[in-house]
Write a protein that binds this ligand. Sequence first.
Ligand code: ARG
Length: 589
Amino acid sequence: MASVHSLASTVNQRVADALSAALPEAGAADPLLRRSDRADFQANGILALAKKAKANPRELATTVVAELPAGDVIKEIEVSGPGFLNITVTDRAIIDTLAARAADARLGVPVAERPGTTVIDYAQPNVAKEMHVGHLRSAVIGAAMVEILEFTGEKVVRRHHIGDWGTQFGMLIQYLTEHPHELDHQHGGPEEGEAAMSSLNRLYKASRVLFDSDEDFKARSRDRVVALQAGDPETLALWQRFVDESKIYFYSVFDKLDMEINDPDVVGESGYNAMLEETCQILEDTGVAVRSDGALCVFFDDVKGPDGKPSPLIVKKSNGGYGYAATDLSAIRDRVQNLGATTLVYVVDARQSLHFKMVFETARRAGWLNEDVHAVQLAFGTVLGKDGKPFKTREGETVRLVDLLDEAVDRATAVVRSKADKVGLTEQEIVENGRYVGIGAVKYADLSTSASRDYKFDLDQMVSLNGDTSVYLQYAYARIQSILRNAGDRKLAAHPELELAPAERALGLHLDQFAETLAEVAAAYEPHKLTAYLYQLASLYTTFYDQCPVIKPEPAPDVAENRLFLCDLTARTLHQGMALLGIRTPERL
Ligand code: ARG
């Protein structure tokens, strides 16, 4: 495990040293190195530094150039425009750096020296309810962030804050006691998840109808809520049945999503029941929360209702009941005090942003969050239909996630099948690849738009072979694997002494950016920057492949070896990046 200094960081450091030598009063100055089309890199930082030091930027740039003789890493450096530096690195430095990456199983990506503990709250469906596209987003983005953070060395604790508590359970449980066979269905088999959900659905609808039309049933349901909250064993056992049935369904969907969710990480709202009273007590004792109209409330200067009056966070209702806020505040205490979190991440719909803003601020006032422990909501936007409106069925109902996933897999299987003859795939491979391509397409489409933005759920676009899709990346990966298989006895080996073609340099420099991209993605919780990186990698590979023959027509042996080396490192980088996003890369496609 050796982390590798990227060329960008090496060059940046050298320019920074030269800058400090040329302008000692600037201290440790950042030359702001970027990849550039003109040369390999451009340093743009000199302008601002010169301005601050009241120096002439072009003169300062020229002094920096004089301090930086061409050598092993820097091949050429020149001043351009008002004081930019254009820097070209040597071909040798590129291949040497890539060889160091290739020698490391982690592709030279460093492991955090002092990792923190991140508790990440994601994939949180609601008991007795169908999963929809909003739950997809939380699951997909959350799972990607888990993998990415863990890869950088962070300790990660997963929490699935499922909606398993609340007054609606009174109605459901009461209905079940009066209709005891309503949750019966076929157990076992691949359809079990669907069967569980459809009986839950039926029961939910029937109990709702009764609740809305029958006052006596309504009253009995209310008593049930009281019994549930009081911990009545019979009521709790019935409640547990709903949770268990729902989990059968959730796991079947997560399985379809090719996603591993572990039972101990499922700690729903009910898991914090025992803490609620104490949480409220602390908030009241410390004056963070105050009584207002019988309710326990936290007020904020900048949160007002439509009437202009302050709109508080209610931690305990006037009837003594606890809501969503009390649960989330208790969860924060648990995650910070018992799980040792240094960062809390919530992958939750942007429509809950006000809730989290108030909850985090309350936790700060209570001291549970502070300089050492902070919380962020990784807020995501709405999934829209092709028409640009929130995603609904023709009947105006929420679209079931499972139906979407099944359709994605069907379409992807058709795409895979249409190309299967060329590669000679077996029927089993077609089916398996169809799943990987279909589910990958859905995940990639979700991850490739910045989370905060809404996006259109468009299956045609998602499984398209051209453009910014996972299918394109999966085919690029499979194509490289096929080249490597066809290479037969030829060695793959780095040859730093060779002169590189432009497409080789461009591919090489991009490969070298993998670690830095990951660091950025992990720090800002922006998985879309990883998809963008991978898409560009596949595109640069395509250009390389068009311009630089690997096997046919056969180049000189050392050139072929070096190109095979580039092919292999590209494949490994694609594979690693896609794996972090939860997307498979079949070897043959
Ligand atoms: N179950 C909620 C929903 O479906 C999301 C829970 C988010 N997490 C939390 N700690 N509040 O909208």
